[in-house]
Design a protein around this ligand. Structure first.
Ligand SMILES: [Zn+2]
Length: 83
């Protein structure tokens, strides 16, 4: 299963699956399936990595520690890669 060109992230099954994973609603089986899927689907992989980085950033902000500058840099770079 691949969705790189015909089915970019933002539509259809990929987005649904990603959302589930990110929300923590996915079953272990679905997680396994997604991990496998990410290996062949670059948009999914990039979006997943980016979302996780953003979540980490928000979390550290919420703790009142401020985000480490390296993390912000990393996220900026990832956003540029995706665009
Ligand atoms: Zn995908």
């Amino acid at each position: 299963m691949s969705c790189s060109s015909e089915n970019p992230v933002g539509s259809g099954k990929c987005r649904e699956m990603l959302q589930k994973i990110l929300d923590g609603d996915a079953s272990p089986e679905e997680k396994r399936e997604f991990e496998h899927h990410m290996l062949e689907c670059l948009p999914c992989y990039q979006t997943y990595e980016l979302e996780m980085a953003i979540r980490a950033l928000l979390k550290s902000r919420c703790n009142g520690n401020g985000a480490p500058p390296e993390l912000i840099e990393k996220i900026k770079q990832k956003i540029q890669t995706i665009r």
